[in-house]
Design a protein around this ligand. Structure first.
Ligand code: GLC
Ligand code: CA
Length: 571
């Protein structure tokens, strides 16, 4: 692995050694829907290899691939039945070796998804545990006695229903905080932990850049297991606080880091929600459990929610405060990974922009809002061409257990069918899982066969080929954004410069300066559908990026057009 030369920097008295991944522009692939190379309708590793030049050209240098291990696919790969094998639907272990090699040739590192909170119920360990509840394998999972014919307690699984599943006719239950096909592993078992570390190291030996680490904040459980006051008609209660960032988790996370990640200087991103701001420093950076964690501060915001429908600018102002406070807490400790989309969320354009305002300017500006913040930008497949939600007419057209659970939850509350579908069409994470739109050919160029999930019919309009040579396209704009972030003379400021909020008194404006030594880069995003005038405090040295053709200056005033974004180096 190419480890860059080490130098020291003191930010707020804390050193940040330069790492190879500091100048990352990341790209997330949902492999099932990226590119099918053999016509079976399912995206695969060979399909990813076909597009490596696309990433090189965009300027991507790290790719995170959602799970491709052997899996019955109940949770589309997040239920792993064999950690050592690639699922045949995605190809072979050799295909993965080839991907790592071919990516390396183009200066791109591959991150795999590490799913170690749970396995599939088809995993050999779980099968053996079920065969013999006294075997050592039973202690690899969390199995408890029920009480009076009821589960050990009334925790609700994150995906709905009880978090416990009864084992045959026994009075014993196993814990699953996701679907019942995803039994939780018992991290208290040292032998199991060692097996997991060995597995991680075997993968790292292959030359991976690192891992995105799934659901990792749940590996420690509060073993109190008391019933909680019911918070729904189902008599169940959210067990969230009892299986998220529970005290003692730090012992496991430190051990995981020391025994695996540290040995390889790899890049790790934790999927960690709900970290208290003051605890952020334990989770990321030089001394943190991971190199970085995703900033999820905006993920519950949707402009089509009742709360925001008539107040989109209030939503913007709220988002602004959240983004800036996250920046402040992370400052000096490490880099957050900044996203607006992933495979668990509807598409960003539909989440953040009121329908009537969706246009080239608002779409480009949305992409730029957090792209220049301190941290590592990650682009989710299709985001760069503005892929959109694909609403369905019937629930049967969806594929994911979470969509069905949400559907039945709404129905059980007495909502009418058409209202329920309306809500599902706003909320479902499956919008981001429709096949990638490459061309306007059959199935958007995704597959020669029948795609496992229907292609969004808007592919004739929205596809890579159409935008590729169009300098006024969203794709071209993403390319420009990446090029700006990678400019050698600006790179240090984008990596290490502080984020200083600007123009906070202007509603609907997300503006900040990135400052380091004598360099200042000012980013202004106008989320209003109206122009605004702001006073510049310094002269402009260079306009680095602009989604309009010109900049309107009147002495020290700058007029920012509706949904304009400008990035400028200041004197
Ligand atoms: C993570 C994944 C999600 C998956 C869940 C259970 O949140 O991002 O897709 O369903 O973990 O593994
Ligand atoms: Ca295939």
């Amino acid at each position: 692995m190419a480890v860059s030369q080490v130098y020291l920097r003191y930010a707020m008295g804390i050193k940040m050694n330069k790492k190879w991944w500091h100048n990352t522009i990341g790209y997330q692939i949902y492999p099932k829907s990226f590119q099918d190379s053999n016509g079976d309708g399912i995206g695969d590793i060979k399909g990813i290899i076909q597009h490596l030049d696309y990433f090189k050209e965009l300027g991507i240098n790290v790719i995170w691939i959602c799970p491709v291990y052997k899996s019955p696919m109940v949770d589309h790969g997040y239920d792993i039945s064999d950690y050592e094998q690639i699922d045949p639907s995605f190809g072979s272990n050799e295909d993965l070796d080839e991907l790592i090699l071919e990516a390396d040739k183009r200066g791109i590192k591959i991150l795999m998804d590490l799913v170690v909170n749970h396995t599939s119920d088809q995993h050999e360990w779980f099968q053996k545990a079920m065969e013999d509840l006294h075997s050592k394998y039973a202690d690899y999972y969390i199995i408890k006695e029920g009480s009076k014919g009821e589960p050990p307690n009334n925790w609700r699984s994150i995906f709905g229903g009880s978090a416990w599943e009864r084992i045959g006719n026994t009075n014993k239950y196993y814990l699953h905080i996701f679907t019942k096909e995803q039994p939780d592993l018992n991290w208290e078992n040292k032998e199991l932990r060692e097996l997991l570390y060995d597995m991680v190291n075997r993968w790292l030996e292959k030359g991976l850049g690192g891992f995105r680490i799934d659901a990792i904040s749940h590996i420690k459980k509060d073993f109190n297991y008391k019933n909680l006051p019911a918070d729904g008609k189902d008599g169940l209660a959210s067990g969230w606080d009892h299986f998220s960032n529970v005290e003692g988790i730090e012992i496991f996370l430190k051990e995981l880091k020391e025994k695996t990640f540290n040995v390889y200087e790899c890049f790790t991103i934790g999927e960690v929600n709900d970290v208290k701001p003051e605890e952020l420093k334990r989770y990321l950076g030089e001394d943190g459990y991971f190199s970085s964690i995703f900033d999820f501060c905006h993920t519950n915001h949707r402009v089509r929610d009742k709360k925001w429908v008539n107040n989109p600018i209030e939503m913007v102002n709220e988002l602004r405060s959240l983004l800036f406070s996250k920046q402040e807490y992370a400052n000096g400790y490490g880099l957050l990974c900044n996203i607006i989309e992933n495979h668990d969320l509807p598409r960003a354009i539909d989440r953040f922009i009121p329908e009537k305002y969706i246009n080239y300017y608002s779409k480009t500006m949305l992409g730029a809002i957090n792209f220049f913040l301190k941290g590592i930008p990650f682009i989710y497949q299709g985001q760069e061409i503005g892929m959109r939600d694909y609403p369905k007419k019937k629930i049967e057209e969806f594929k994911d257990p979470t969509t069905y659970n949400n559907y039945y939850e709404h129905v059980s509350r007495g909502d009418l069918e058409e209202n329920v579908m309306g809500k599902i069409n706003i909320e479902t994470r499956e919008h981001s899982r429709t096949p990638m739109q490459w061309t306007d050919n059959k199935n958007a160029g995704f597959s020669e066969g029948i795609p496992w999930f229907e292609v969004n019919p808007n592919f004739k309009e929205i596809n890579v080929r159409k935008q590729y040579n169009d300098s006024k396209s969203l794709l071209a704009f993403y390319k420009k954004m990446i090029a700006v972030r990678k400019r050698k003379d600006l790179e240090e400021t984008f990596i290490n410069g502080e984020t200083v909020p600007k123009y906070m008194e202007s509603s609907g404006v997300i503006a900040y300066e990135r400052v380091r030594d004598n360099q200042r880069i000012l980013v202004i995003n106008n989320c209003n559908n109206a122009s605004i005038t702001l006073e510049l405090q310094e002269d402009i040295k260079d306009v680095l990026l602009n989604n309009y053709d010109q900049i309107m200056l009147d002495q020290s005033d700058i007029k920012i057009m509706p949904f304009q974004v400008v990035v400028m180096e200041m004197q």
